[in-house]
Design a binder for this molecule. Structure first.
Ligand code: PEP
Ligand code: MN
Length: 346
């Protein structure tokens, strides 16, 4: 249920509503907007006329039940876009951010040089996997903690904050020591213990859409993180399974537009996994920017033919530079800018 306070409601009015919610055994989630305060009543099984109690209270404008199963993620609860600050880089709320780097961290030199190259061409976050969810147990599984150390070194040398995947709850503490953003991969979108665990952290989380998940399931997964108290959640559309065999996945651009309508969380597109082909990354990145995604995450490799994972979808440095130029024009055409680096990390 959502309780919207009137424009003239006092903080005592708000406190009285919160006290009533807690006294009845529910949880209150308060969102302060520029004009008014919205209070979410979190729980299920409210009595049939429960909203009427609140409508009668001073300062309350309306009390409405949310029929959607996701609450904290919904725009009904928080109409204003969420903006996530990652070491001075603002994600969401207008401008466009580019995250780039290799699929897997392969060596110190590999990730440091890739980080420097993508930074020089306007990337604002460095991506790279140290723990890799591979389809085959015989494929390269990532360098683990050694990979995290190289990522931290690449951050210090390039100034780019890091986003890297965490695959299990028991690794969250370790990964947290190195990363600036947790990535939850497509295969783990419904790993509920993992979602809860990153929800207990306050570090930003990028939640990739499950390759066979509906938009509602994706939002419900974000709700698990939000419900634990971590409000720094962004969504990532990374392509879904369809009948098409020519593409690795089908990047579902309509899901970005739909999610934008349904949720206040920032939305990132991944045209690398979304297509599986390096030559489709630029057009799909431009399309994602044109339709209002808050940013993209793309794979870049100094030598894609010899990449240890996902070579066919990796951009060379030259291709990345070329994409960034085209992207800049599209971002400007939508009345936005590329996110600027306001703070250096190191
Ligand atoms: C990745 O980012 O390299 C990755 C494994 O992504 P996904 O979970 O979308 O397959
Ligand atoms: Mn990959």
């Amino acid at each position: 249920m959502i309780i919207v306070m009137g424009k003239t409601a006092t903080s005592e009015d708000v406190q009285r509503v919160i006290a009533r919610i807690e006294q009845d055994g529910w949880q209150a989630e308060v969102s302060h907007g520029a004009e008014r305060t919205v209070i979410g009543v979190i729980g299920t099984g409210f009595p049939p006329d429960y909203q009427e109690h609140f409508e009668a209270m001073p300062g309350v404008e309306s009390a409405t039940r949310i029929s959607k199963p996701y609450k904290l993620a919904s725009r009904d609860f928080k109409p204003v876009d969420t903006v996530i600050d990652v070491s001075g880089i603002q994600i969401g709320g207008g401008d466009f951010v580019v995250m780039a780097g290799p699929c897997s961290v392969e060596s110190r030199d590999h990730v440091v040089s890739t980080a420097q190259a993508v930074a020089a061409h306007g990337a604002r976050l460095l991506r790279g996997g140290a723990f890799k969810p591979r389809t085959s147990p015989y494929s390269f599984q990532g360098l683990g903690e050694e990979g995290l150390e190289y990522l931290a070194e690449a951050r210090a040398k390039s100034g780019l904050p890091v986003i890297t995947e965490v695959m299990e709850p028991g690794d969250v503490d370790l990964v947290e020591q190195y990363t600036d953003v947790f990535q939850i991969g497509t295969r783990n979108m419904q790993n509920f213990p993992l979602l809860r665990r990153v929800g207990q952290s306050r570090k930003p989380v990028m939640l990739k859409r499950g390759m066979s998940a509906t938009i509602e399931e994706w939002l419900m997964a974000s709700e698990y993180i939000l419900a634990e108290g971590n409000k720094n959640v962004m969504l990532c559309e990374r392509g879904i399974r369809t009948f098409e065999t020519m593409l690795r996945n089908t990047l579902d651009l309509s899901a970005i537009a739909m999610a934008r309508r349904l949720t206040h969380l920032p939305i990132i597109a991944d045209p690398s996994h979304g297509t599986g082909k390096w030559y489709l990354v630029k057009p799909m990145a431009m399309a994602a920017a044109a339709m209002g995604a808050d940013g993209i995450i793309v794979e870049v490799h100094p030598d894609p033919d010899h990449a240890w994972s996902d070579g066919p979808q990796a951009l060379t440095y030259e291709n990345f530079a070329d994409m960034m130029q085209s992207l800049d024009a599209v971002v400007r055409a939508t009345g936005r800018q590329m996110v600027s680096a306001r703070a250096a990390v190191g």
